[in-house]
Ligand binder design. Structure first.
Ligand SMILES: [Zn+2]
Ligand SMILES: [Zn+2]
Length: 170
């Protein structure tokens, strides 16, 4: 396992519930921490992909350019995009800092943090693997017959590791 962090990404953006925040904007700082799974026994080479700092930055930049009322929603969208881009995220933490959040008061910054963990234990073989728990999971790329997928879901109640799922793939 290894930690990849990109700290102190600075943006000028227009997130906030108040109209003036969406017009005047504010300074924001974004920090992203990604813990990856490097376990070769659990991850085959083609599933392994390196987290690229530039891509992490571009994903944050693209979301920061939009307008979100809630920083929590912004953080969720950044995590979703990271999951779509990288398939070996074990743990992710996104911290968003808004500078001078109260125009009429002296407060240096408001901070929100979102953390998620995607490490699972394969219910068939017991080995650790990554499951994103939604449509962005790598398991949807494997060609498994829908009926087979259904019976796997019934028998194991969740995702299997790549080796086990490949056993059922046609
Ligand atoms: Zn397995
Ligand atoms: Zn899955």
């Amino acid at each position: 396992m290894g930690l990849i962090a990109l700290e102190g990404m600075q943006f000028y953006a227009y997130h906030g519930v108040y109209e003036e925040e969406q017009i005047i904007g504010n300074h924001f700082v974004v920090d992203v921490y990604i813990e990856t799974l490097y376990d070769k026994a659990a991850m085959t080479d083609d599933l392994f992909n390196t987290i690229n700092y530039e891509l992490v930055y571009l994903i944050c930049q693209a979301e920061m350019r939009k307008k979100y009322k809630l920083l929590e929603k912004l953080a969720v969208e950044i995590v979703n995009r990271l999951k779509q881009q990288f398939n070996n995220i074990h743990e992710v933490k996104v911290r968003i800092t808004k500078k001078n959040p109260l125009p009429a008061a002296r407060a240096a910054q408001a901070v929100i943090e979102l953390e998620d963990d995607f490490l699972q234990k394969c219910p068939r073989c017991g080995r650790p693997f990554i499951c994103y728990k939604d449509g962005s999971c790598w398991c949807h790329e494997l060609r498994v017959h829908p009926k087979t997928r259904e019976s796997i879901q019934q028998e194991f109640r969740g995702c299997l590791c790549r080796d086990c799922l490949s056993f059922y793939a046609g």
